[in-house]
Design a binder for this molecule. Structure first.
Ligand code: PRP
Ligand code: URA
Ligand code: MG
Length: 209
């Protein structure tokens, strides 16, 4: 499974601020979306282009390149994935949105599904799954299982922070997925939180605790 850890200075800088304990809810939301936008730029690097001739400013024909109509659906994992959605749609404004609702049982750390609403033509679309945190990988594997069960064949994943344990679990279950992240962190603590991580990303984005 290709893992793209993006080392761009803007990504590193913004991630450093995001890790800081006393960032406000407003600041955390803004930075999560800015990072999501930068990671989307990287994740869309390979989109196919096609040529077309248009009329330029002086009436002359000009050959331009445009994205080859591959349809995209963005898949935020509730809740925390919503904190990246504006950043992704700022670059992919025509993409359709499919939503998966999962929360992690605090004792077993296993994902509990509670909502799903997918676009109908998943088999024709590139799906970009977004969630700030890849911890044990349970939530991501469950989401990828759902997408593939509905015929989706082309999937990329964008997370802000990934734990090695979660990467390994996704790799075992879905080795064909491309993963984009601002950081591969060190490890999970005894409660399944990523270290150094960001804490509970959903709570920080929504201001709950
Ligand atoms: O890799 P995993 O071990 O499955 O953990 C990662 C999941 O945990 C968090 O969601 P959470 O369950 O806190 O729900 P929330 O987004 O509603 O806060 C996070 O946003 C991921 O979805
Ligand atoms: O570190 C973690 C792990 C799971 N979910 C989070 O929000 N943070
Ligand atoms: Mg949470």
């Amino acid at each position: 499974m290709p893992v793209h850890a993006i080392n761009h200075p803007l990504v590193k800088h913004k991630l450093g601020i995001l890790r800081t304990a006393h960032v406000s809810t407003k600041g955390f939301r803004e930075l999560a979306n800015e990072l999501a936008q930068l990671l989307t730029y990287e994740a869309t690097q390979g989109l196919e282009l096609t040529k077309r001739t248009i009329e330029g400013w002086n009436g002359d024909p000009v050959e331009i390149e445009e994205i080859k109509g591959k349809k995209v659906t963005i898949v935020p994992i509730l809740r925390a994935g919503l904190g990246m959605l504006d950043g992704v749609t700022s670059l992919l404004p025509s993409a359709r949105i499919s939503v998966v609702g999962l929360y992690r049982n605090e004792e077993t750390l296993e994902p509990v599904p509670y909502f799903e609403k997918f676009v109908h033509d998943l088999d024709e679309r590139l799906a970009i799954v977004i969630d700030p945190m890849l911890a044990t990988g349970g939530s991501m594997v469950a989401t990828l299982d759902m997408l593939k069960a509905r015929g989706c064949q082309d999937i990329k994943v964008i997370v802000l922070v990934a734990a090695p344990e979660g990467i390994e679990r996704v790799r075992q279950a879905h080795p064909d997925i491309d993963l984009y992240t601002a950081s591969v962190d060190d490890h999970l603590d005894g409660n399944g939180y990523i270290v150094p991580g960001l804490g509970d990303a959903g709570d920080r984005i929504f201001g709950t605790r």
